[in-house]
Design a binder for this molecule. Sequence first.
Ligand code: NAD
Length: 506
Amino acid sequence: MDARSAKEYSKDDWAKLASEAESKVEGRLFINGEYVDAEDGGKIDVINPATNEVFGTCAAGTGKDIDKAVAAAKESYKARTWLKMAPRKRMGIMMKFADLINKNAAELALMETMNMGKPISDCLNVDVPASAVNLKFMAECIDKMYGKVANTHEKALNLSVREPYGVVGCISPWNYPLLMGIWKIAPALAAGNSVILKPDEHSPHSLIKIAELFVEAGGPPGVLNVVSGHGEEAGKALALHPDVLKIGFTGSTEVGKLLLQYAGQSNMKKVSLETGGKSPMIFFADLPNMDQAVGTAYDSIYANMGEVCNAGSRIYVERGIYADFVDQFIAQGQGAYTPGDPLDPETNMGPLVTAQAQKRVLGFIESAKSEGATLKFGGGVPSGLESGCFVEPTLFSDVNNDMTIGREEIFGPVASIIPFDTEEEVIGMANDTIYGLCASVWTSNVSRAHNMAKAIESGMVYVNCYDVGDMTFEFGGYKQSGNTKDSCFESVLGYTQSKSIWYNLG
Ligand code: NAD
């Protein structure tokens, strides 16, 4: 199987490849360079949300497996198998690792689709290549991290050097399984740590596979270990482990808070968090281009089925253009995303990740109706797709900040349009949330754009665009959206600690 574009195969070809892959997919743990079963032999069924049928299993790792993986990581770190390599050699291994991910793109993409329902075309066009780019960028950082020499007493030398933590735990979510896993492990490895990754139990297969690719690229055994399992079991054991000195996490705010508690209950390990969001998009009447604004608004909430941390889930529109904006959103947005079989290369919207997620999102839709929002389109399960976890792209207008859909992270394809009258009012509404991940401001007035960008309490603000950028853009939130930056040079530094060294030269 070798494809770089989903359209190289037909829907039937992909379905055939998926059924062949099911019997071969690797679901064991990867510890110390080899596949092993969980100590207790437990397994978790991985469900394809497009059909609610089982697609393979993964091992249900427990505390015993975490102990084993941490011991292997600790041993590799103590032996300096990774760190003692010349930086350029480590860089070369990570580059090869990235190339192997691209080489195995079709297989990895298929695993993503079968695990969490993302359209195969998105997996191949976006997730897999973006994962390789992230790995390569982090590899390039390896010999670009510098310490400091202080300008101090002439009879002293005061150095500040950056060192890895040693053993790092990474815990990742299911919404971009491969990419979010890479966002954690790539900077951790680049910084020289040994890593244990705990993927989400709904979407483990691509991340189990890449552990093998790391070793194939020349990565020493024990440096990258993958332990699948339930969050409350394997994830908690990793976060409580006394030999793990840092946890990198992407997932819900609720679990992020638990990880901070586990750190306090165990060894005060450092915890970096990328968590939930309820990101405002603010459209002023003087926005430069209505078509582009509306297109970006619906893409931001319907792409990836709305299962995106920085989805533009609160769309604030100035009263003067409100009615026109809603009309254009309906005209352009209603047919832009069509739920369908995610193995069809033409499909741009798959199912939600689980039946539970589908029920939750439909519950939000019911709450919006009963709290007085106006349903403009969607709102149900698409006809003919009742056997999967699908939800129609949905639009509500006349939403306000007191409604449940105006406050909570829905994590589904539900757009909410909210009118506003003044700058002060919209700043107040945009900031009236526990979250602070991302925001965007649409206006032709540069002063207003800058003042708004400063006034909004979020870690990322886009002006006249949304969710674009590259590896120079520091990704991360304020408030309860997290405490770190991912996918940038800063993220490698986040997997290092600084040591001060004072030489007496007197
Ligand atoms: P989740 O918090 O339920 O799970 C994330 C990971 O944590 C999984 O691996 C899970 O097994 C593990 N986990 C669950 N309970 C645990 C526990 N008690 N101890 C240790 N680990 C535990 O999140 P999810 O539902 O998989 O992902 C969706 C959430 O992730 C959304 O809130 C979304 O906004 C957020 N997210 C944030 C970013 C970002 O960069 N800020 C990116 C993607 C997703």
